[in-house]
Design a binder for this molecule. Structure first.
Ligand SMILES: Nc1ncnc2c1ncn2[C@@H]1O[C@H](COP(=O)(O)OP(=O)(O)OP(=O)(O)O)[C@@H](O)[C@H]1O
Ligand SMILES: [Mg+2]
Length: 403
């Protein structure tokens, strides 16, 4: 664990630390720093430390070797602190002017990718620079819904494997308005990215230059997926009217909120040095332990913090306030069935998560979608006067409406 406080690390120190651990020529570029991750630092530290560790018994246990070793150790601490701070900052700073829309929902086949693809086309048709990103790393197919039949030459895997430095380089013209950053799940284990790579990916998503960045997410509640969901300015949860789907949509929101709280107060927190062990334990217990203790809902958690740890209350309340998932109902056959389902999701979220879930609108089950999927053309491009255009327009207006 780093002993150098993250906020005390300045850029000169970072550069000095880099030049102690890495080859001088390689550290001179900004790109080197951008790509730096914890694995690289650990590896370099191990290699450097081997050459001058005081425990190594050969002719090198001289004073200067001990000094060198201490410098290498300090460099390691500086860099790990720097990476920790950078990760937190990038997670918490929303780049102004560009809006991220994430499309989630913990069930397969409910229409997340159809929605993401067609919404992107609608946004682009309004003149917004729009980039659709396939973050369903294990089941990438957004390119198909955006009219790209052939396998893309480059995918997010190229970024994850560091074959390119930015996501922007992977963006291709979909031919229907939005740019597309596609995925490729044919590589085994594509969905299993480790923490440092995910942070790099999250940071890169925020650095995409666009008015709107639309994220198509996979259909489960794994940390990777909910972390992308929590990155969004507009977090949209999709459901259909079937019971499993809307129950899953609630569980998806719950997983995202709990994950957010655990990141805020847990071991990854930027408040790590001062974090309260009791609060961390409580958040973990209330959110993770099946037989959790006294508190059962977020409201109970707020009360507990208000009483026992008032200094953490504002952080908690702010985190909750920033969590605003919205709901879209897809594949609707009969409009009359929508109300009761939306009410159920809203009531249960209010009761257990203390959140009002905003309902944005619905999409009917329609032949045009089935047809356009067969033809591999976005529905709103194939049927520009069709029903989906009007439905998505309504959803868009509700999404961006100030509340
Ligand atoms: N409103 C609709 N009307 C008719 N068919 C629809 C509608 N929405 C989605 N579909 C159909 O449902 C299928 C699944 O949609 P989609 O791939 O978007 O789901 P998904 O939620 O992204 O699934 P996964 O989690 O597996 O990625 C599509 O083949 C599409 O044809
Ligand atoms: Mg999908």
């Amino acid at each position: 664990m780093p002993t150098v406080a993250a906020e005390n690390v300045n850029s000169n120190e970072v550069r000095r630390a880099c030049s102690r651990l890495f080859l001088l020529e390689s550290v001179e570029t900004d790109r080197f720093l951008e790509n730096l991750d914890l694995e690289m630092v650990k590896k370099a530290y191990r290699e450097r430390a081997k050459t001058c560790h005081p425990d190594v018994r050969h002719s090198m246990t001289t004073g200067s070797n001990v000094e060198n070793f201490l410098k290498i150790q300090k460099s390691y601490e500086v860099l790990t602190s720097y990476l920790e701070r950078r990760a937190q900052e990038s997670l918490e700073t929303v780049v102004r002017g560009r809006k991220i829309i994430a499309v989630g929902g913990a069930k397969g086949g409910i229409g997340k990718s159809i929605f993401a693809a067609n919404l992107s086309v609608i946004l682009a048709s309004k003149g917004f620079k729009t980039v659709a990103v396939d973050l369903d790393l294990g089941g990438a197919n957004l390119h198909l819904y955006l009219g790209k039949r052939a396998i893309l030459k480059q995918s997010i895997n190229d970024f994850l494997r560091k074959r390119v430095d930015t996501l922007q380089e992977l963006a291709v013209d979909s031919g229907h308005g939005p740019l597309l950053i596609g995925g490729d799940s044919s590589e085994l284990g594509a969905a299993n990215i480790e923490f440092s790579r995910k942070l790099r990916l999250l940071r890169a998503v925020k650095n995409i230059e666009a008015d709107y960045i639309v994220l198509d997410l996979g259909g489960d509640t794994s940390y990777n997926i909910v972390d992308f969901f929590n990155l969004a300015d507009y977090a949209v949860v999709l459901t259909t009217l079937d019971t499993v789907s809307y129950i899953s949509s609630y569980h998806f929101m719950k997983a995202a909120m709990y994950r957010k709280l655990n990141r805020l107060f847990g071991p990854e927190s930027k408040f790590r040095d001062e974090r309260e062990a009791d609060l961390e334990r409580l958040v973990r217990e209330v959110t993770m332990a099946p037989d959790g203790p006294k508190v059962k809902s977020i409201e109970d958690l707020i009360e507990w913090v208000r009483e026992k740890q008032p200094m953490n209350l504002s952080i908690l309340v702010r985190a909750l306030r920033d969590f605003n998932p919205c709901l879209v109902v897809n594949k609707v056959e009969k409009e009359i069935d929508i109300g009761p389902v939306v009410t159920k999701v809203q009531e249960v979220s209010k009761k257990w998560l203390s959140r009002e879930v905003r309902y944005l609108g619905s999409i009917s089950a329609q032949r045009e979608i089935t047809e356009s999927v067969k033809a591999l053309i976005p529905t709103v491009s194939q049927y520009p006067r069709g029903r989906l255009v009007a439905e998505l327009e309504m959803i868009y207006q509700n999404l961006v409406r100030r509340v």
